[in-house]
Design a binder for this molecule. Sequence first.
Ligand code: FMN
Length: 242
Amino acid sequence: MNIVANDSPADHFARLNGRRRAVRRFDGQPVSDATLLAICSQAQLAPSSRNSQPYRFLCVRSPALKAAIAPLCNGQAAARTAAALVVVVAGRPLAMETLNAWGQHLAGDCGLDQRSIAHHRAELKQSRVFLRIGVWPIWSPLVSLFTLVQPANSLLPLGRMGVRHWTVRSSLYAAQSFLLAASAYGLDTCPMEGFCAPKVAKTLQLPRDLVVPLIIAVGHAAADARCEPRWRKPRALAVELL
Ligand SMILES: Cc1cc2nc3c(=O)[nH]c(=O)nc-3n(C[C@H](O)[C@H](O)[C@H](O)COP(=O)(O)O)c2cc1C
């Protein structure tokens, strides 16, 4: 990316954000594992609810596995030509895994003072309770009822589906950070939700309670990649100052 001397951080961000486009065809150049991992590390800095980081990036680079996944992406050229397909996976087991790792971190030489450790331990306990009782089957009919009364309740993180959606929401912040980080590394991406999720899950042998919110095609844009001028709705339709 062209970094202009004396760019302010805001200019720099605008350039980076402007450079990111959904690219539908890649040129076949590979992307190194080191670059992919560096981008994933940046994506991991994304915020997540309760710092639960309930996602994993499955970075598919092997030609055989790519060839198995690409046709499941509705025949999209982005998937067929990508150097790597990053399958974003989310779900409650991944949140539990984070909580366990966080607990171990707090129990070791974590460098935090006692007050912070006590705070995080209490938070951890709450998160564990939430993840345990939040999936009780009783919640699903209750949430449906609450939603009938007031549709704003439909996003409550309760019931198996509610908790699943809760994990998906956090995973998408990480996915967006991935897109921007890839742009900073001079790579191009296409976020895709056009794929056959059950077949992707089967191919990757995912456990039943993990879902795939997004697949990100990564690579270098082909010279003839379709990329129309960007259009966004007028700001007045997107933003209100209240
Ligand atoms: C959740 C999500 C799913 C998307 N799925 C696809 C997809 O399956 N195929 C595709 O070509 N683009 C997909 N896109 C890319 C959008 O079409 C693209 O972001 C939008 O047209 C704006 O263009 P820009 O990203 O270049 O600014 C998806 C984007 C998002 C955020």
